[in-house]
Design a binder for this molecule. Structure first.
Ligand code: ZN
Length: 462
């Protein structure tokens, strides 16, 4: 039966009062999942779910024949979130979907870092449903059941997410569960106030290279040394702004170890970054080019991520330091870049695998090339380093459902005179710019239309 507010308004005042008491009582019971049981028209199966940065993402399918309709009938799909059982406890936003015959495939957002931001959930339980609207205006409310059917994600791998600091909002922990909603189960987010555990961080600052690996070199200057100095300043600036920061190296590493080969050690930068359950990572690097005139900032992001975070980093660097945007090709926006494997690189990887006697990784031209983007993102970005290449260890978190939203920041060209001066002499400016970018990005998450924080702020300002 549809729970319709108009019908309630049309009824007598006693019925209205009873309904109000009932809904208050049900809200007090705090079970938005079972509260929706009577309204459910069917089930959608979540095939994969994970977090990426501050966002929860689910992908799944619906068998439309069970709903007695066809693909042609569906006008929109929306994710509906319920914190209680009243109309006012519901928010929803449209999500992308595609249909073929009787199968509907949905995902909670176009990009990995869009859609449901976990930082904006209210304290308490939030149940999630899929709402389909047909072309004739009728709707179907579907439970979001666990259909992962795999060992990598599922109820046994509940997400434990800790919110980023923002405004007056204290820290909160969000866990996922599948809870009974009538004859089926649906996805529920449990949000509680919480301290940040010792081993959980907000942001990873990852100065590239290190040990025996100098990275780019120009005259007496080594990329590994410059980004280490920069990284310490960036970490300090972020800590002063209230973030808990993990620095992947601090210069105490063994100078004889080539860190290009220890990335996948148990205590290497990949496993430490993934284990930190941080939301964001900044991998700091410097460029080099045989043309000394080549200069500027390049921020690389995951192929499936939106431009917002990378754009914020590039823009603040250009506004607050004397660095400029790189003019090199391949950018998606000024200063924002994506690099996936080229066919030539895949061929080289294939021949390397053959030479060393291991099975080629399942990489394609859609796979992110840089490990500090692909592997830090875990399940969300298709991390794949499982130890088959004997030259490396294992990313033990490759199927972990909580990925770090990572940008590889090529801050400038060590081979360019102008950039080099800025990189060596305005490190505080660079640290400040990156901190401003992180602040601006996190603030934007809370200002998204549909965000419950935005709704609360709007209510408070009334
Ligand atoms: Zn580098």
């Amino acid at each position: 039966m549809k729970h319709d507010v108009k019908t309630r308004k049309g009824a007598g005042s006693l019925v209205l009062l009873l309904c109000f008491l009932m809904s208050t009582l049900l809200s007090a019971c705090g079970n938005p999942a079972s509260g929706a049981a009577g309204e459910l028209d069917g089930t959608a199966a979540i095939r994969k779910y994970c977090t990426y940065g501050a966002f929860f993402r689910a992908e799944g399918t619906v068998d439309l024949s069970e709903l007695g309709g066809t693909a042609k009938d569906i006008e929109t799909a929306a994710l509906e979130l319920r914190t209680g059982n009243g109309e006012e406890d519901r928010t929803s936003f449209e999500i992308p979907f595609s249909v073929s015959k009787t199968k509907l495939t949905f995902r909670t957002a176009e990009h990995l870092d869009e859609g449901l931001c976990l930082d904006t959930l209210e304290t308490g339980d939030t149940a999630a449903f899929l709402k389909l609207t047909r072309k004739d205006g009728s709707t179907a409310l579907l439970a979001l059941a666990d259909g992962t059917g795999s060992e990598t994600t599922g109820p046994q791998d509940a997400i434990e997410y800790y919110t980023l600091p923002y405004g007056y909002h204290g820290r909160r922990k969000v866990t996922t569960a599948f809870e009974r909603a009538g004859t089926t189960e649906t996805l529920v987010f449990r949000t509680k106030r919480s301290r940040l555990p010792k081993d959980v961080y907000d942001i990873v600052v990852d100065p590239g290279h290190g040990g025996k690996d100098p990275g780019a070199q120009s005259g007496p200057y080594k990329e590994s040394e410059v980004v280490l100095d920069l990284g310490k300043k960036v970490a300090n600036a972020l800590e002063s702004a209230g973030y808990k920061v993990l620095l992947t190296r601090d210069g105490t590493e063994d100078p004889n170890v080539n860190m290009a080969y220890t990335e996948y050690d148990k205590d290497g930068r990949v496993n430490r970054t993934c284990a930190s359950r941080a939301k964001l990572a900044l991998s700091l690097h410097l460029n080099q080019n045989k043309h000394a005139g080549q200069n500027g900032v390049q921020i690389y992001k995951a192929r499936q991520a939106g431009n917002d975070f990378a754009k914020s980093l590039a823009d603040e660097l250009v506004v607050f330091t004397a660095l400029d945007y790189s003019t090199m090709g391949g950018r998606t926006e000024k200063g924002v870049y994506v690099r996936t494997f080229s066919n030539r690189e895949l061929a080289a990887e294939r021949s390397k695998a053959r030479r060393k006697g291991y099975t080629f990784y399942d990489a394609t031209t859609s796979t992110d090339y840089y490990f500090m983007i692909r592997e830090y993102g875990c399940l969300a970005t298709g991390a794949y380093v499982d130890g088959r290449n004997p030259a490396y260890g294992v990313n033990e978190y490759r199927t972990f459902p909580q990925g770090v939203e990572s940008c590889l920041c090529e801050l400038g060209f060590l081979s360019n005179e102008h950039d080099r001066q800025v990189l060596l002499n305005d490190q505080r400016g660079i640290a400040k710019a990156l901190t401003r970018a992180v602040d601006a990005y996190i603030a934007s998450l809370h200002e998204e239309p549909g965000s419950q924080t935005a709704d609360l702020l709007a209510k408070e300002s009334l």
